[in-house]
Design a protein around this ligand. Structure first.
Ligand code: ZN
Length: 465
């Protein structure tokens, strides 16, 4: 019997004999819910967060929202008005001051992009000095990790008073990240791809479209922003804390001693009654009242002046969350994942519709190693789904993992992977053998949802898959 006939016969033998029935359903891990936030604040320097802490106090204490904060720099330039440390040493101090200020409002998700303070009014200087590409990559990573409903950031625009290039750089990056985080062709290695437990490159994050973006500004003339977004009163008394929001914000700022020690020393020793009396003169208050969160854009139906969470909190709006992965059809589907899925999105994004593509997908792998077949299962994000995976492998190939029943997280698509041990063959056999086809099928609720085929050629060496 010729080798080819043997292979053909072995292919026929490669029926879908599943051990799945004998296996327990495995639970596929979803994203880390501890890091999901409602609001992500993206600013330039430690203490910038103070521009919106009255609103954050309201959101955290009375709307029961979760908040994360990203700082573009660690604040190593500028003056130290408290003690003698400067430069990189002061950056070390200011990072702690920022973390302590956030912690006073219960915010423990705080990141620093690693940009360098840039003393200039030109946003382009700041973007260049921070490393625009690397900063955006890290910020998109944080958005995909924290999956915020709302982003609040500095206004990327030049006004008298709003003159710091770093502030505007934070606003530019936040706006770019708002658009980029849901795009699977942007920083694709960050996105979901089932992988080894000790995976060094791929990140298994989730593409994410924040729903709304708002801005705030240091402009001297705040009146010009009236009607441009959601207005809130900093003097409103927190129902849960029995204090005005501006006071909760000021208490949070007491950690920023390197920046305004005289002010802090003046008020930190006052009790709440004394400080409220001292601040009864509106001109002394740090914030205008009302404050406006300037509306940028929204991925849900909402008017600029609506409440920040209008259109977000009702579940109907949540379901229309736009995402490149959500093409409107919620049909269950199995397709090939990993680099093949990326290239499919990549060709679409760059209008390379006629580029040659191997169909079915094909690959050459080293014999005696493990073939990895990345899969994407599209499924319902609103009800529990169990998918059954069966593999039809050529004779002598052994499925190591990825076959059986898998309970999927509540999301629109989940990455899975089938690992198959490939037998060792000699150089001569490798030279003579034709590529073989391996097939993976999936079922949900007993209904087939698709088949992924991979044409595999064996070789004796080469780069790992
Ligand atoms: Zn600043």
């Amino acid at each position: 019997m010729s080798r080819i006939v043997k292979i053909l016969l072995s292919m026929c033998a490669a029926v879908f004999v599943s051990q799945a029935a004998a296996q327990e359903t495995q639970k596929v891990k979803g994203p880390d819910e501890r890091y999901k936030v409602d609001i992500l604040v993206i600013v330039a320097h430690p203490d910038d967060e103070g521009a919106v802490t009255p609103y954050l106090a309201k959101a955290i204490y009375d709307l029961h929202k979760t908040v994360g904060v990203v700082f573009g720099t660690r604040g190593g330039s500028g003056g130290n008005d408290y003690r003698r440390e400067h430069g990189p040493a002061m950056a070390d101090v200011r990072e702690i001051e920022a973390r302590q200020a956030c912690a006073k409002l219960g915010i423990d998700k705080v990141w620093f992009l690693g940009g360098k303070d840039t003393a200039s009014q030109n946003v382009l200087n700041s973007l260049a000095n921070w490393g625009h590409g690397a900063s955006l990559e890290e910020l998109v990573r944080i958005v995909r990790l924290t999956r915020p409903e709302v982003i609040i950031t500095w206004l990327p625009s030049i006004f008298i008073g709003e003159n710091h290039g770093d502030h505007q750089a934070a606003g530019v990056l936040a706006t770019e990240a708002f658009d980029a985080a849901a795009d699977p062709t942007v920083f694709p290695a960050q996105l979901a791809g089932a992988s080894k437990r000790l995976e060094p490159y791929l990140e298994n994050l989730t593409p994410w479209q924040p729903k709304k973006i708002y801005y705030f500004s240091d402009a001297n003339n705040q009146k010009q922003f009236a009607g441009k977004g959601f207005a809130y009163s900093v003097r409103e008394i927190s129902p849960s804390q029995k204090k005005p929001y501006w006071l909760l914000a000021m208490r949070s700022a007491e950690s920023h001693l390197t920046q305004f020690p005289d002010d802090i020393n003046r008020w930190a020793n006052l009790n709440d009654e004394e400080i409220q009396k001292a601040m009864s003169d509106p001109s002394k208050l740090w914030w205008s009242d009302p404050e406006t969160l300037i509306f940028g854009k929204s991925a849900v139906a909402a008017k600029p002046t609506d409440d920040v969470f209008a259109g977000i909190d009702d579940s109907a709006a949540m379901r229309i969350q736009p995402s490149p992965f959500d093409n409107g059809s919620h049909a269950n589907q199995l397709r090939v994942g990993g680099p093949w899925a990326f290239y499919a999105e990549f060709r679409k994004k760059h209008q390379l519709d006629d580029l040659p593509v191997a169909d079915p997908p094909e690959i050459m792998v080293k014999s005696g190693t493990t073939l990895m077949i990345p899969l994407i299962v599209e499924h319902s994000s609103t009800r529990a789904t169990t998918v059954k995976i069966d593999v039809a492998a050529p004779q002598g190939w052994r499925v190591e993992s990825g076959e059986g029943r898998f309970q999927l997280p509540l999301e629109k698509m989940t990455a899975l992977q089938v690992d198959v041990a490939i037998p060792s063959i000699s150089r001569e056999e490798a030279g003579a053998a034709k590529p073989q086809t391996i097939a993976v099928r999936a079922e949900i609720d007993g209904k087939p949802i698709g088949e992924v085929k991979l044409k595999v050629a064996l070789q004796n060496g080469g780069v790992p898959q």
